[in-house]
Design a protein around this ligand. Sequence first.
Ligand SMILES: [Zn+2]
Ligand SMILES: [Zn+2]
Ligand SMILES: [Zn+2]
Length: 277
Amino acid sequence: MTECGSKTGVGLELLFLGTGTSTGVPMIGCDCPTCVSDDPHDSRDRPSVVLRYPDRDAGITRDLLIDTTPDLRQQAIREGMTRCDGVFYTHAHADHIFGLDDLRRFNAVMQTPIDIYAEADTITTIRRIFPYIFEPHTNVNTSYVAQLIVHEIKPDQAMAMYGAMWTPLRVMHGRMPILGYRIDFEGVSIAYCTDVSTIPPQTYPQLQGVDVLVIDALRYRHHPTHMTVDQALAVIDQVQPKQAYFTHITHDILHADLSSRLPAGVALAHDGLHLTF
Ligand SMILES: [Zn+2]
Ligand SMILES: [Zn+2]
Ligand SMILES: [Zn+2]
């Protein structure tokens, strides 16, 4: 695995579009050391990743998104994204879905509808929040709206997707059951578990053997719906991935400070971090 800035890898790639908590970092109206830091690693958009890999059958490279944040437009422009071959949703909180509207630009660029995958509850909320997209016949004017094909998914039901295997994982976000994902592609496996406070015992077997675990590590102090740094480290200790990355990070954490104290094999993710395998 290497960190790189190129977009020409031939295997699986993981690109962090955002690694911040729901407010983003810096936060509006805050002058704490992290929010005024001039280290670019302390600037965190709302959390999302791209899984990029070659579709051997089609002879093209696919970009699959996890979540569509309110920052999606800037994230996609920053990373030079020109396609979106599907979106997997973790849950329907604002910081994970409010960029859904921007998918219409990928529709326009690619000239194709986009598949979106989510649990039933998440689909219900997305349909309620974006009725103009899903019930366009009720719109007063004809509008330029996203063209999306909705697929309901369930935990532990793995799906083959352009040559990769995607497995939705049950994780708990406080009392709310949401989804993490495990992605397996040509012998490399990545698990992405954001907005998680506990991982149910039955999910641990699905995490065994992953090369990379991306896990919520909100801050140092307890939070009812997110893991602390210490809780995330305990999960990493149990799962034993080759490498772990923290995400969904608040301004309580200064990148350089915590980075210097983490054990080998554990790091803070940062916006724009691009891993190739
Ligand atoms: Zn969140
Ligand atoms: Zn701050
Ligand atoms: Zn959430």
